[in-house]
Write a protein that binds this ligand. Structure first.
Ligand SMILES: [Zn+2]
Length: 432
């Protein structure tokens, strides 16, 4: 075959083909996750030749997501120049609720938090009140760290049943105004970036899993005892959401026939009715009113309620009525979670939330009940620990969720040619 050699410098490079973008997506993913960061490593990991790897790397650098790094000493042969992922190319916003507050963070594209803040926010006030609070936090954080960089993705964790595909809550038992609310659209209108809304316990589970050092492949079950009770399960490094996103909603397991255990969901006998912050508050207030505990009666008279702070004081003082209620709550929770341990067989079980505040009586009773319920095979290597970073860990999980979703190969194919996910937000979100 004859032809004229064309000097490539004389013609504009053709736009990358679909296959080129697929290969680039693969290479960006390998560099980003640290699996390969030199040309020989990339050739080995992809099975591609040097020329193709170099062409794709050039495109990744033109798009601003990759750059040349330093020099790595190879085990054999010559040292190779490294390629690095530019985690500073864009920013991720994440927020997660905890009882009466919300944590917010700005992170780089690796999911590393650059700055965090917390603010008072009660989700029961509804989205029209609460979402502007979160937005205000994001804006004030961005003012301090954005330096002209754009937001590439947003994650929000909410305490309720979320259809992860649509990002909408579905029939939350107590969160009026949130049912079907388009949280995703609300933030997308402000940042034009893809938005993911997840159950906050899923995000905390993912954050706990990611913070476990060394990060390994162990499955992790996170259980939170706060105002309500929830859980999140990480299996094979992924959040287990189930078919419709309802997985992990354990607060309304029926654990007792006690007709006085009335839950705020409207049923009786739920785990949350006897073991959540809300449930304990109800039980201890009733005990105070019946005159069963002078200390609780005094706290109720002075403060008008028995909530977290009063509970902490009563535990610290060893009030017998309080201690019995807390031990009962911890035992019901531990027996329930022990059953979940048998079912899901996690390597790590993490207990988080306000149950841990001020004393280890809840944790130790919980742990004993889990081990009493769990079968030997599920229990013998099980690590049971309190949460590491507690509530802000939801922002860690949220940022990692966005980073993973943005740089999945099927997502990269949608936005790499444009160099930014902004503008492809809806299509990126729609990926299953
Ligand atoms: Zn209930």
């Amino acid at each position: 075959m004859t032809g004229t050699r064309v000097d490539r410098r004389d013609v504009a490079a053709p736009p990358p083909s679909g296959r080129d973008i697929l290969l680039l997506a693969q290479i960006v993913d390998l560099v980003r996750t640290g699996v390969a960061n030199t040309r020989p490593e990339l050739e080995q990991a992809t099975g591609l030749g040097r020329t193709v790897v170099n062409e794709r790397l050039r495109e990744g650098m033109d798009l601003g997501v990759l750059e040349e790094g330093g020099t790595a000493q190879a085990e054999r042969g010559r040292p190779s120049r490294t390629v690095r992922f530019r985690s500073e190319a864009g920013l991720i916003l994440s927020a997660s609720f905890a009882d009466n507050s919300v944590w917010a963070a700005v992170s780089d594209l690796d999911g590393t938090a650059l700055l965090r803040s917390t603010a008072d926010a009660d989700v029961l006030q509804g989205p029209d009140v609460v979402l502007p609070i979160v937005h205000g936090q994001f804006e004030s954080l961005l003012k301090r760290v954005a330096h002209g960089r754009s937001v590439w993705g947003v994650a929000l964790g909410l305490p309720g049943p979320i259809d992860f595909t649509s990002g909408r809550m579905v029939a939350p038992p107590i969160m009026h105004g949130w049912d079907g609310y388009d949280v995703r659209g609300w933030f997308r209108n402000r940042y034009e970036a893809p938005v993911w809304v997840d159950n906050d316990d899923n995000l905390r589970a993912f954050g706990e899993w990611a913070l476990d050092q060394p990060r390994d492949a162990r499955d992790l079950l996170y259980v939170e005892i706060g105002e309500g009770i929830g859980s999140g399960l990480i299996t094979g490094g992924r959040v287990h959401r189930g078919d419709t996103g309802a997985a992990g909603d354990i607060g309304h397991f029926r654990v007792t026939d006690d007709p006085t255990a009335v839950c705020r969901c409207g049923r009786t006998g739920c785990l949350a009715a006897v073991a959540s912050g809300w449930g304990l508050s109800r039980i201890l207030t009733a005990a105070a009113e019946r005159g069963e505990s002078p200390m609780l009666a005094d706290l109720l008279a002075r403060n008008g309620h028995i909530l977290g702070l009063e509970l902490r004081d009563a535990i610290a003082a060893g009030d017998p009525v309080t201690m019995a209620a807390v031990r009962r709550a911890a035992r019901f929770t531990g027996l329930t979670v022990g059953g979940l341990v048998n079912f899901a067989n996690p390597g790590t079980l993490v207990l988080g939330g306000t149950a841990l505040l001020g004393s280890d009586v809840f944790f130790e009773t919980f742990k004993a009940a889990v081990l009493e319920q769990a079968i030997e095979l599920a229990a013998h290597d099980l690590v049971i620990r309190p949460s590491t970073a507690d509530f802000e860990v939801g922002t860690v999980g949220g940022a990692l969720l966005v980073a993973r979703r943005l740089f999945r190969q099927d997502a990269l194919q949608l936005w790499l040619a444009a160099g930014t996910p902004i503008g492809s937000a809806v299509r990126i979100q729609q990926l299953v």
